[in-house]
Design a protein around this ligand. Structure first.
Ligand code: 8YV
Length: 315
């Protein structure tokens, strides 16, 4: 009999189909909380698959006494109650290292799109306004200061791309990296004060929740641009909207939002933003590799034939 797993939907069809080819899949509709499996049958669920955006509550996990492993389709696992899983010995697997280049490419695009005002330029070209005069000047990217918050795999790949654009790199991370030629700041506010572009590249979760708030936006300043393709939770969205409206900062390029897939209408109405629907890893190549690893992590755990990519210290 196929192993029963719970799939947190919405999840892409190619992932759900691939899991269903091997497992007896049941759905938990995130965020509505609806289940397609009778309550009594929850006791036989041994695995779970979820996207990086899904949020799993301890109350749901309480209903799954036989759960052994959660396989996250994503590098970030901030939607999983890790302490709860540790206490119950539930393993948490994920798909790190597969989206590094796509994510860094997307951040680079956001730097160029916001810095050179490309979305408005596109609208201007299409509208016919060009015939009435030229598009307003933007500012040079080369030589500008990019401050990267979080220098993991993706942060490093972003830094290398921005170096290729001729930008000056500085970073804020847990500890300085003397092997790197870039300037280290121990504090996000100091980094923001010294940056033209503040690029968030850190994990989500309690430690980074709302760390970009009024104080950091003030430090970034009226010519500053915020780029966030990390997690929506790291930015205080109300403070960001106020800062974009009031000229506290110049612009923002965002791929992630606090309550995806909703974007606050006030943010969507602003012209000094580039807003993307969480697509940093959304290429065929990367998502197929992520889906294969998400399934392999479950397969390997239940068959015991090969290692599982586990979140360190989980379970
Ligand atoms: C995905 C992500 O958008 O890897 C992550 O942490 O957020 C993204 O790659 C997501 O997990 C897929 O739904």
């Amino acid at each position: 009999m196929a192993t029963k797993i719970l799939c947190c939907t919405p999840m892409p069809g190619y992932l759900r189909d691939s899991l269903a080819a091997e497992f007896d899949c049941h759905d938990y509709h995130f965020p509505s909380g609806a289940l397609t499996i009778p309550k009594a049958a929850l006791a036989s669920i041994r695995g779970m698959a979820m996207t990086g955006e899904a949020q799993i509550s301890a109350a749901l996990l309480d209903q799954l006494p036989a759960l052994e492993i959660i396989s996250v389709f994503g590098a970030g696992y901030d939607g999983v109650p890790m302490e709860y899983c540790q206490a119950r010995g539930i393993r948490v697997a994920h798909t790190p290292g597969l989206m590094t280049d796509d994510a860094a490419d997307l951040v680079t695009a956001l730097v160029l799109m916001t810095g050179r005002n490309l979305l408005r330029a596109d609208a201007f070209a299409r509208s016919g306004d060009w015939a009435k005069g030229s598009f307003p000047l933007s500012s040079t990217i080369t030589g500008k200061r990019a401050g990267i918050f979080g220098l993991g795999r993706i942060g490093m790949a972003i830094a290398h791309r921005l170096v290729a654009l001729g930008m000056q790199i500085s970073y804020c991370a847990r500890s300085p990296r003397p092997d790197l030629p870039w300037r280290f700041f121990p504090d996000l506010e100091e980094l923001a004060r010294d940056s033209d572009f503040l690029v968030m590249s850190c994990p989500g979760g309690a430690a980074t929740r709302g760390i970009v708030g009024p104080r950091i936006l003030q430090a970034l300043g009226p010519e500053g641009i915020l780029i966030n393709a990390a997690r929506g939770s790291v930015v205080d969205e109300a403070a960001l909207i106020a800062a974009l409206k009031g000229g506290t900062i110049r612009a923002a390029g965002l791929d992630v939002f606090a309550c995806e897939p909703s974007i606050p209408p006030d943010l969507a109405a602003l012209g000094n933003t580039v807003l993307l629907p969480h697509i940093a890893s959304a290429t065929r190549e990367t998502r197929e590799a992520m889906a294969a690893l998400c399934r392999a992590n479950l397969h390997n755990w239940f068959s015991g034939v090969a290692p599982v990519v586990l979140v360190p210290n989980a379970g």
